[in-house]
Each structure stands twice: as structure tokens, then as C-alpha cells.
Design a protein around this ligand. Structure first.
Ligand code: ARG
Length: 587
């Protein structure tokens, strides 16, 4: 359903067209000054510029064409030619009443759905996910939900980091520690053991050791390189061992995704495109897009006008091994072949921006991307109170799992402080704390602009006042409980009839959701949606303070107010759902 702003845009655009002006100037938006008007049109200025005439005169002509519209209660020209419009309460009531039973809160689906692949998460073998993965997971998940909600076909791909030098580092380190294992015996003919020789905990310790050793000792590095190349060439023992690394790491990652409530459609990894690499390189060379440079095969991707110099994209190192950029390029081929997407969106930290720029340019230069737009949606870092990347007290990286557990503990404390959920069964209280803890982390993350850094402050995020996830959950829970009580008393929602400013303002805010969703998608900016949620919560609390609901004896008024409450709840359910935040039954 069209919003009021969209309906008005149609009318005002026609008025511009009737004056021989570009109808695009007739765009109507919510007013910047809600104290003066509900809506505004700024197009008279641009129209006047184009027509070399006076904005005020144009605004007057438009206003003359609108003045008999029965929907409009107040029409004014402000400043140099802004047109302010307010609607009659009847118009607004009738409009909003149509949303009463719409579970989508008035948000339409796209006329032309797109296929979108969203690449996020990106965990790596042998490394437990840490706070650095948090933003990718939370933002990526919100984006996949948003695109899906408007009807796009979305494929989320975790793009597991399971290839490259790290694998050789792990293999050679395990070999040093357990040389008798059959994986290292080139003459062994199998079968290899089913049981992994290492656990996730082992891997987590082995990897930093291996990484340090190869940094310190060129011979060790050489060994790791050789093992990597042999693994990639298919040496059976290495493959078998690597499969164990993969399986063990997958399990850990699954557990963490489940804890965060994040879902992936594809569990592909860098290694999945291994077989595409050699033909891709051969094809690039054949077409002259790839060239030899210092023993490596590269694609030059620098463009005139580049502000900084981008080194060439390396598709094959001099030792024949594939690099991170090689697998990313081959992954584009795989994705285009499998899903023919309109868009591939990479939700990965901003430090990898150049990496993606190189890969995208290479892909476009070689025509590997089909019809897909390739786009990097980067994000800033999560910092500690010192403004540096968030660390444990001991200086280590903070594990995602620990973070989630801490958030739950903190949420439990806050619930007690606020006197919430106190006499509930312990299991339910725990469950509520789990939900509010997650809401705290997710909302804090999503409410920041994607590219800004923010300071991780659980004490602030878990508060029940202010712009937090728990505050929004609590607002929704209160409405739920109010509606339950109404139902118990046999009170029913009825037609919405706007009575006063608090109600009018709230209803007009509710009508902005479709716009908020469109902007959030267009800018890949979930913070637009989290802002909207907070605005609604504030509008609702003003409305709630101004009106009796259950104690209202006039049935018509009570019915109307209950209907507004229900609309707000539906909108919370939609918006919080898109942000990955669950609403507890009660608190
Ligand atoms: N595994 C990578 C890392 O930890 C992130 C992967 C992002 N996605 C991609 N297609 N490169 O940095």
C-alpha cells in the first residue's frame, strides 16, 4: 500500500506537470519541522532554477492547484518556496485504518525481485570467531532479512576461510607435534582415521604457534608454503587431515551462529572453488587479461584517476599457489554460474576495501561477473573504552561466545535492577536474559552507522532506558501485555479515529516504515531502521502517557486506541525481527 507521502507525491507531481514542470519536483517528504506541518515539498526551488523563474511564484501556482483537495487541512508556503502540507485527521485515520490487519505493516514487496548473494560472516578454519566477526554477522544478517522481506531472492554465503597458507601452517605444525600420524606418510594408502587428531581448542592453540614460527623462521615458512601447494594439488594425507580441521572448525562456528540466531543458505568455502582456479587462470592468460609479472600471473587493474596506486591482482603466485584474491575471483565465477545474481554484496570490514576493489575490477575486466553488481559494504571496528580494537583484559581477542555469555549475565543484572521478570521461573528468566543480552549487542551495533567505529560498552547497551535493544523489547512487551489484558476483558480493537496530537504524530510515524525500509536497503544501512524503531517507541510512550486505554469507558475511543497499540506492536515485530531481535513473551 502506498504511504500518505507517496499518495501526496502523486498528486503534487501532477500539479507540477500541469504547470509544465518536471513532475519529479513534486516529491513529498515528511516535514523537517513537524511542529509546523506534517509534510513538505521542496521541489519549487529546483523547478524554478530549471525554468529560470521565481520559486515562490511556482509554489503559489502549485498551491493553487492543491487547495481544493479535500484531504488537505492546511497548505502554506514557507521561506523561499517550501510548500507545507498537513492532512485532515479523517484522511489520516482512514489511511492508517487500512493497515490494521496487515502483518507486513504496510510494506510492499518489490515489483521486480532481484537475486542477491550476501557474503558475510567469513570465519576461518582453526580460529574461533571473535568480536571482529560480530559486525559482519549482525549487519549481514539484518541485510539478508531486509532484502528478503521486500521479496528479493537472497542467498547468504558464509564463505569459510579454509584455503591458503594457513592450511599449510597448520599441517606442518601438527606434523611437528604428532609426526607418527599417517597423514604425513606419503606411502600410506589409507584409510585414514575417522577421528580428528585435534579438537577446536587444539587448533586454536596450534594456529598462533604455527603462525609465529613461520614468521620467525624462513625455513618453516617454506615448509608451510610447500605443504599448502601440496594440499592444493591434492596430496591425500593432507586432504584427509585438512578435512578434519574443516569439520572441527565448522562445528564450532555452527554453535556460534546458532547462539547469535544467524542463518546461512550456503556453507561454501574458499576451497570449493579450487577446481575453478586453474581453468580461470588459463582463460585469463589466453585472453591476455592475465600477464606474467615477476614469476606471478597478474591482472593489472589500476585505472586512470586512481587516488592511490592499487597493485595488480595476483591470480597465481610464483610457487603456483592460490591467494585470497584468487579464490575470491573464482568464487564470483561460481556464484554467477550457480545463481546468476543481480548483486553480490560483501559485508566485510573496511580494512579489506582495497582487496575487494581489486577483485571487482579484475572480475569486470575479465567479464566474470555476469549481470551482477559487485559491492563491498564495509564497516568500522568495535573498540574498547581506550578507543583501540576491543580486547580482553589480558590483551587477547574477545571470543564471540564469551561476549554473548557476558551480555546475558549483564542483562540478568539489569533485569534485577529494573525489577523485571523477578518472580518468573528461573528458566524463563534465563531465556529473557538471553534475548535481552543479544538485543543489547545487536541493537548497539546496528544503530551505529555502518562505517563508524564504536565503543563496546555492555553496561550501556543493556540499559532499559535510552536508545537500546532492551528498551525497545520492553516497549513491545508492555504493549503485548496490554493487549492480552484487553482481550481478557473482552475489549476489541476498532476503527482508528485520531483524537489528538500524540496519536496523530504516532500514526504518521508508523506510516514512514516503508520509506525507512527502502532507505535502509538502498544504503545498506540497518541503522535507518533501528532509528525508526526508536522513534516509534518514543512516539508510543507519548501516546501512552496521554491516553487511558484499558480504563477508557468510551468503547469507540478504547477500540481506536487498542487498534493503534496493535499497529505499533505489529511494527515492532516487523522491525525488531528484521534487526534480528526477539521479543520475549513477557518481562
Ligand atoms: N575469511 C575472511 C577474513 O577473515 C573474510 C571473508 C570475507 N569474504 C570474502 N569473500 N572475502 O578476513
Amino acid at each position: 500500500m502506498a504511504t500518505l507521502a507517496q499518495e501526496l507525491t502523486e498528486t503534487v507531481s501532477r500539479a507540477f506537470a500541469a504547470e509544465g514542470l518536471d513532475p519529479a519536483h513534486g516529491r513529498v517528504a515528511a516535514s523537517d519541522r513537524p511542529d509546523l506541518a506534517q509534510f513538505q515539498v521542496n521541489g519549487a526551488m529546483a523547478a524554478a532554477k530549471a525554468a529560470k523563474s521565481n520559486p515562490k511564484a511556482i509554489a503559489e501556482k502549485i498551491v493553487a492547484r492543491l487547495k481544493d483537495d479535500p484531504r488537505i487541512a492546511k497548505l502554506e508556503i514557507a521561506g523561499p518556496g517550501f510548500i507545507n502540507i498537513s492532512l485532515t485527521d479523517e484522511t489520516i485515520s482512514k489511511h492508517i485504518d487500512k493497515l490494521r490487519d496487515d502483518p507486513r505493516a504496510g510494506v510492499p514487496k518489490r515489483a521486480k525481485p532481484q537475486t542477491v548473494i550476501i557474503d558475510f560472516g567469513g570465519p576461518n578454519i582453526a580460529k574461533t570467531m571473535h568480536v571482529g566477526h560480530l559486525r559482519s554477522l549482525i549487519i549481514g544478517d539484518a541485510l539478508q532479512k531486509l532484502f528478503r522481506f521486500v521479496g528479493d531472492k537472497v542467498i547468504s554465503d558464509v564463505h569459510f576461510g579454509d584455503w591458503g597458507l594457513q592450511m599449510g601452517q597448520l599441517i606442518t605444525e601438527v606434523q611437528r607435534e604428532q609426526p607418527a600420524l599417517p597423514y604425513f606418510d606419503a606411502s600410506f594408502t589409507g584409510p585414514y582415521p575417522n577421528q580428528s587428531p585435534v579438537t577446536m581448542e587444539d587448533l586454536e592453540e596450534i594456529y598462533p604457534r604455527a603462525s609465529a614460527a613461520t614468521k620467525a623462521d624462513p625455513a618453516r615458512l617454506d615448509e608451510a608454503r610447500k605443504a599448502t601447494a601440496e594440499l592444493q594439488a591434492g596430496r591425500p594425507g593432507y586432504r584427509a587431515l585438512w578435512q578434519h580441521f574443516r569439520a572441527v572448525s565448522f562445528e564450532g562456528v555452527r554453535r556460534e551462529f546458532a547462539a547469535l540466531g544467524v542463518h546461512f543458505d550456503w556453507w561454501k568455502g574458499e576451497s570449493d572453488v579450487d577446481k575453478l582456479v586453474a581453468p580461470m587462470v588459463a582463460d585469463l592468460m589466453k585472453r591476455g587479461i592475465g600477464v606474467e609479472s615477476e614469476g606471478a600471473l597478474v591482472v593489472f587493474i589500476a585505472e586512470p584517476g586512481d587516488k592511490k596506486e592499487l597493485p595488480p591482482l595476483i591470480v597465481q603466485k610464483s610457487d603456483g599457489a592460490a591467494l585470497y584474491e584468487t579464490t575470491d575471483l573464482a568464487t564470483i565465477i561460481d556464484r554467477v554460474k550457480t545463481a546468476d545474481p543481480d548483486l553480490i554484496l560483501y559485508v566485510v570490514g573496511q580494512p579489506q576495501h582495497d582487496h575487494f576493489e581489486k577483485v571487482f575490477r579484475g572480475a569486470r575486466k575479465a567479464g566474470l561477473n555476469g549481470k551482477a553488481v559487485l559491492e563491498h559494504a564495509g564497516f568500522g571496528t568495535v573498540n574498547g573504552p581506550d578507543g583501540k580494537p576491543f580486547r580482553t583484559r589480558a590483551g587477547g581477542t574477545v571470543k564471540l561466545f564469551d561476549l554473548i555469555a557476558q551480555a546475558k549475565d549483564e542483562a540478568l543484572k539489569r533485569l534485577t535492577e529494573a525489577g523485571l521478570a523477578q518472580d518468573y521461573p528461573a528458566a524463563e528468566r534465563e531465556e529473557i536474559a538471553r534475548k535481552t543480552g543479544l538485543a543489547a549487542i545487536k541493537y548497539a551495533d546496528l544503530s551505529n552507522q555502518r562505517l563508524t567505529n564504536y565503543v563496546f560498552d555492555l553496561a550501556r547497551f543493556t540499559k532499559f532506558e535510552g536508545e537500546t535493544g532492551p528498551y525497545l523489547q520492553y516497549a513491545a512487551v508492555r504493549i503485548q501485555s496490554l493487549l492480552r489484558k484487553a482481550e481478557d476483558q473482552g475489549f476489541k480493537p476498532g476503527p482508528i479515529r485520531i483524537e489528538d496530537a500524540a496519536e496523530r504524530d504516532l500514526v504518521l510515524l508508523l506510516d514512514r516504515l516503508p520509506d525507512a525500509i527502502e532507505t535502509a536497503i538502498a544504503k545498506r544501512a540497518p541503522n535507518v531502521l533501528s532509528d525508526h524503531a526508536f522513534t516509534i517507541a518514543q512516539g508510543f510512550s507519548r501516546f501512552y502517557a496521554a491516553h487511558h486505554i484499558l480504563s477508557e469507558t468510551n468503547e469507540v475511543l478504547r477500540g481506536s486506541r487498542l487498534a493503534v497499540c496493535r499497529l505499533v506492536l505489529t511494527q515492532f515485530a516487523v522491525v525488531l525481527g528484521l534487526l534480528g531481535i526477539e521479543i520475549p513473551e513477557r518481562m
